[in-house]
Design a protein around this ligand. Structure first.
Ligand code: FAD
Length: 417
């Protein structure tokens, strides 16, 4: 074993070593010579999704220059590049991505492979920006999926099962500015009744609740594009603006957070909650997240609130976000405008394992899809095809691209893949 762990330290990788090829040919040789192999991104997943008993391959050093195609509004980038670096490059050249996750530290290929998302009623997952990708398969072929290819929507959220994503093409748009404002101590009932209004009141909005005080939701973060028509402030947020910068976690300094207080700034310095040069979130934590159809948002929030007493001992904070539907086969927001219920837990794995089944049972009526990179309880394999209409099609694609099963791991086997 390589002695390597994921970002949270809860997954001890079973790989024998981590290789860092700088060329496609080197990567091809590594893949061809391995019975078991897996791409490793920036290790921010909390599940065993990135694990392998064979060789880990990091594409962080792969020599792929970032190329902007201004006429087509596209950027081509290596799969191992972190969003933070890509965002800085785009901004320097006057361009932007429509969306970012709460942290810029994650790799592009790792994020799209797991359906990673930010928040916004009109903003889909980060993977939805993909217009093409190149995949190195276990047979050593470099397969190109271009815009319009019927298999591209299957290949994007690939769970690391299909091969090494060497390059990705993403849609870009001219740079824009965002003003971020935090509101706090909002009456819980007002949030439940005004849920859609609050979530739709800015380009991106997030609710944070610790469930410590049943009467209030701790914070609402609104990120408004300055080039869009401004929506009136929802009644629930009037006179609730925070007096200074806030961290989503109580009693944690806001130094790691992006600028708040309504001061406009470039998209890359406002859309993530956390700044690239700092540790995001707490650092000592586990995470789970479940996406439900948007119409179930208020009822799901009420169900989570009902469980407050049980969740509290292991909960640091729960974040609620909106994600627009996409057409990517294994995306948790596939074909559903979604509300995501995220839980930042303490690092008490046993405690989390004890509360998760009850949380999942409470959410079950709302057809929740778990985030692939965050902790969830195993389900019978038949359950996945019910949740994902294109599940069998994905399995066929995987069988075609990884016929010898080199990219399979225990996580995928647990899903019946
Ligand atoms: C503090 C923190 C905050 C987070 N915030 C958010 C958030 O706001 N929104 C959200 O949705 N998620 C969030 N996450 C989860 C995180 O975005 C996902 O787990 C994401 O997959 C991380 O990307 P990574 O580069 O770390 O991938 P890894 O965890 O390293 O890998 C994930 C999967 O991608 C595959 N993969 C990686 N690179 C490649 C490649 N080149 N080719 C093929 N497959 C590849 C791996 O094999 C694996 O299957 C957060 C996680 C943390 C720790």
């Amino acid at each position: 074993m390589s002695d390597e762990v994921n970002w949270a330290g809860n997954v001890h990788y079973a790989s024998t070593r981590i290789a860092r090829p700088t060329t496609i040919d080197e990567a091809r040789e590594l893949v061809a010579g391995a019975d078991a192999v897996k791409a490793l991104g920036s290790r921010h997943s909390f599940t065993g999704i990135a694990d392998t008993s064979g060789i880990h391959i990091s594409l962080a050093d792969l020599d792929v220059p970032i190329r902007i195609d201004a006429a087509r509004q596209r950027v081509r980038v290596g799969g191992g590049v972190r969003y933070g670096e890509l965002a800085q490059y785009l901004e320097q050249h006057g361009w932007a991505l429509a969306n970012l996750a709460s942290l810029p530290h994650i790799s592009v290929a790792g994020a799209i492979s797991t359906g990673t998302h930010g928040s916004g009623v009109g903003v889909p997952s980060l993977a939805a920006a993909v217009t093409g990708l190149e995949l190195l398969t276990s047979a050593g072929d470099l397969v190109v999926f271009s815009d319009g290819d019927p298999d591209l929507p299957g290949a994007v959220v690939g769970l690391g099962a299909l091969g090494l994503v060497t390059t990705v093409e993403l849609a870009i748009e001219p740079t824009f500015e965002v003003a971020q404002t935090v509101y706090e101590q909002i009456p819980f009932d007002a949030v439940t009744t005004g849920f859609d209004e609050i979530m739709g009141s800015a380009y991106s909005a997030s609710l944070f609740t610790t469930l410590r005080d049943d009467a209030v939701v701790d914070q609402v973060w609104r990120k408004a594009r300055t080039d869009a028509a401004q929506t009136p402030l929802p009644a629930a947020l009037i006179d609730r603006e925070a007096a200074g910068p806030r961290h989503p976690l109580p009693e944690v300094s806001a130094a790691a957070c992006t600028v708040q207080g309504g001061t406009p700034g470039p998209w890359l310095d406002r859309l993530p909650h956390f700044r690239l040069e700092f540790t995001p979130s707490n650092g000592d934590e586990l995470q789970s997240e479940f996406l439900v159809p948007h119409e179930h948002g208020p009822a799901t929030l009420a169900a989570v609130r009902e469980l407050a007493e049980q969740l509290r001992p292991v909960l640091q904070v729960c974040e609620v976000r909106r994600i627009a539907a996409d057409g990517l086969w294994l995306s948790p927001s596939y074909d559903r405008d979604s509300v995501a219920f995220h839980f930042t837990w303490t690092s008490d794995g046993d405690g989390v394992a004890r509360v998760l089944p009850d949380l999942e049972a409470a959410l079950a009526p709302f057809s929740p899809r778990p985030h692939w990179g965050k902790v969830f309880t195993p389900r019978p394999v038949e359950a996945w095809a019910e949740l994902y209409p294109q599940w069998r099609r994905f399995r066929e694609l995987r069988n075609r691209l990884d016929a010898r099963g080199a990219f399979r791991n225990d996580f995928l086997r647990g899903l019946g893949l």
